[in-house]
Write a protein that binds this ligand. Structure first.
Ligand code: NAP
Ligand code: FER
Length: 333
């Protein structure tokens, strides 16, 4: 048994490249008292990791060159010298892009027995699902009858935002990067209307057609031109939830766009960013609610799974090309 790890080899300029990563093999360490050895079943690739590849501290420290890439993981305990973990326990954590890890269990939790597949702990029942839940309900505060517009709507966060907004009686509009994604939003997830922003020569006109009475709640995962179009179409007392700005994550200098903040004056609107981690005390309740919606058939999810640790870099890069439908995962075993 050898450990395989994906290390950050160099910091990307613009779009990340496979050459920014390096795969190495090493012996598996043995757990010491207070530690356990875990085998990775799935690892998550997420847009925020682009930020961790930059040499800039923000919410968290950057990944150092030569260090294992960060990220959420689920796996099984193989060997334990930890009082609270036993072999065969299923564990959710963030030991990063590697096939095995020795951990002291900080930042880990044991998965309670559940009908849901293990992988969902990284998606609909994990960080992205919680992001949709708290971002929409706590920051966006949707009201019945309101028009909600969500970008990257066919992704892990966006797909859940749209469905939760439907549960709350809203009219839901989404944008996504392919006709197949648009069809999925409308036919499978119950969005009222959606459009393919990549096929559009005039996203503002297309958005206006989708939101003839304006936008009351804009849940932004993307930024850039789509955001500009949405800001110009907000209604009085609109809420703009800044969840992500993936359009800008590969930019090497801040892009200069149209200055649209004056819309906020006229519309008495509020723009607020948030981090899912701010709501950690309330995760349990939110996950119970998401589970219930899934049991009732009100929420469904998709996963795009690639096999093999060596494919983690390309799976990550694929996020910026829209190659994923729903949550992008890497399966190791
Ligand atoms: P995701 O939506 O599953 O995957 C990213 C998607 O973004 C891609 O599938 C792609 O879909 C779209 N995209 C990529 N580049 C784009 C561009 N230049 N313009 C428009 N769309 C683009 O990822 P996720 O994990 O659910 O995250 C979604 C957003 O939420 C990200 O911005 C992320 O940073 C943010 N987020 C924030 C928090 C928080 O705590 N604030 C937590 C989790 C995630 P298309 O085919 O539609 O282009
Ligand atoms: C995300 C985008 C940004 C995210 C977190 C951040 C958890 C925070 C980044 C930082 O610490 O700089 O999608 O998801």
């Amino acid at each position: 048994m050898r450990n395989q790890q994906v290390l950050l080899a160099s910091r990307p300029e613009g779009m990340p490249q496979p050459s920014n990563f390096k795969i190495v093999e090493s012996d598996i360490a043995r757990p010491q008292p207070g530690q356990f050895l875990v085998q990775t079943h799935y690892l998550s690739v997420d847009p925020y990791m682009r930020g961790r590849m930059r040499d800039v501290k923000s919410y968290a420290d950057p990944v150092a060159i030569g260090e294992v890439m960060v990220g959420g993981t689920v796996g099984k305990v193989i060997e334990s010298q930890h009082a609270r973990y036993r072999p065969d326990d299923l564990v959710v954590g963030s030991w990063g892009w590697q096939s095995y890890a020795v951990t002291d269990g900080k930042e880990c939790y044991r998965l309670p027995p559940s009908e849901a597949p293990l992988s969902t702990a990284l998606g609909v029942r994990g960080m992205p699902g919680l992001t949709a839940y708290f971002g929409l309900l706590e920051i966006g505060k949707p009201q019945p009858g309101e028009t909600v517009f969500v970008t990257a709507a066919a992704g892990a966060v966006g797909s859940l935002v749209g469905q939760i907004a439907k549960i709350h009686g809203c009219r839901v509009v989404g944008s996504a990067g392919s006709d197949a994604k648009v069809a999925h939003l409308i036919d499978d997830l119950g969005f009222d209307v959606a459009f393919n922003y990549r096929q559009s020569s005039d996203v503002a006109a297309e958005l206006y057609e989708c939101c003839p009475t304006g936008i009351d709640l804009f849940f932004d995962n993307v930024g850039g031109a789509l955001s500009d179009a949405a800001f110009a179409q907000i209604n009085q007392s609109a809420r703009v939830v800044i969840c992500g700005q993936i359009d800008q994550y590969n930019a090497d200098s801040p892009p200069q766009g149209p200055r649209l903040l004056w819309h906020l004056i006229v519309k008495r609107a509020r723009v607020q960013g948030f981090l899912v981690f701010d709501f950690v005390d309330r995760y349990r309740h939110a996950l119970e609610q998401i589970d219930q919606w899934m049991r009732e058939g009100k929420v469904q999810y998709r996963e795009t799974v690639v096999d093999g640790l060596e494919n983690a870099p390309n799976a990550f890069i694929g996020l910026f090309r829209g190659e994923n439908l729903g949550k992008q995962l890497v399966r190791l075993i």
